[in-house]
Design a protein around this ligand. Structure first.
Ligand code: GLN
Length: 284
């Protein structure tokens, strides 16, 4: 798999979230729970503008009160999902910590994943944080910050499935979330006719449960949440592609790229980012 190599090389130098212990299980999202089963109608609202301030424990007021607008798709636990009316998760909290570093408040704008890059390009949002993978194609349209986490595309199947590895996907119907790397790579590797795209990962999982698709290719952490929340599904041991997550920013906003990278470096250095990741992801 050619692209797997490029992504793995990039992953080797990145800040990895995979191998960390001492987590507190209590703040892990309730296994995706109700959030993981969030319906399309709940995620299609485009102007939620939930403020994640509380999620990050940020009580301090910003220096100049300016709001940074983050575009995301809040159906991607544990990176972004709803807890009641509030969008919480790793990206929400990291973004909140970055905004605080920059003396700004954070507003989160929930939209479909496929709309995020356009929202950034048109200035509707200042940046996108959505477990978004750095790809060369996306880099033609937006700038990416330094990498803050690693993701892996995995394959979710019914427990009794005959699919045991990526080698068995040929000729099968694969469910994916629209415009994600899972969608892009599966279309390239298995042909568009064998890929069915849904607005959210939760919708793809629903299609799997009702037999409309044979498997779902999705990022590993949301996959875990969905499998915990839905009986009769499992994640295959063989991973499909390893990738890097970063924040996307408009090409012409070099200053924000510099500012966010500086803030992120500080938050990596002082352990804030790792502790946010540990709060949501329990090491195996
Ligand atoms: N990491 C995947 C991508 O960037 C999926 C992200 C998502 O669905 N939020 O395409």
């Amino acid at each position: 798999m050619k692209k797997a190599i490029a992504f793995m090389m990039a992953a080797a130098v990145c800040f990895s979230m995979a191998a960390c212990g001492n987590n507190s299980a209590e703040s892990k999202p309730a296994a995706g729970g109700a959030d993981a089963q969030v319906s399309a109608s709940e995620t299609e609202s485009t102007d939620t503008s939930a403020n994640a301030e509380e999620a990050a424990g940020g009580e301090e007021q910003p220096a100049d009160g300016k709001a940074l607008i983050m575009a995301t798709n809040a159906a991607f636990p544990p990176y972004e999902y709803y807890e009641g009316d509030e969008i919480v998760g790793i990206d929400a909290e990291i973004a909140e910590a970055i905004a605080k570093e920059l003396g700004m408040t954070l507003e989160i704008d929930d939209m479909e994943f496929s709309s995020i890059i356009t929202a950034i390009q048109t200035g509707k949002a200042d940046f996108g944080a959505a477990g978004m993978t750095v790809t060369p194609e996306r880099e033609e349209n937006v700038n990416f910050t330094d990498v803050y986490a690693t993701g892996v595309q995995v394959i979710v199947v019914p427990e009794d499935s005959e699919i045991a590895s990526p080698d068995n996907l040929e000729g099968k119907m694969i469910g994916v979330q629209e415009s994600t790397t899972g969608h892009i790579f599966c279309s390239e590797d298995y042909g568009e006719d064998h890929v069915q795209a849904y607005p959210t990962g939760a919708n793809a999982i629903e299609a799997l449960k009702t037999g409309k698709v044979d498997c779902v290719v999705i990022d590993n952490e949301p996959a875990k949440s969905f499998v915990e929340a839905n009986e009769g599904l499992k994640i295959l041991d063989t991973e499909y592609v390893t990738e890097d997550y970063a924040i996307a920013i408009a090409k012409d906003n070099e200053q924000l790229l510099k500012d966010i990278n500086e803030a992120m470096a500080k938050l990596k250095e002082d352990g804030t980012i790792q502790s946010i990741i540990d709060k949501y992801i329990t090491a195996e």
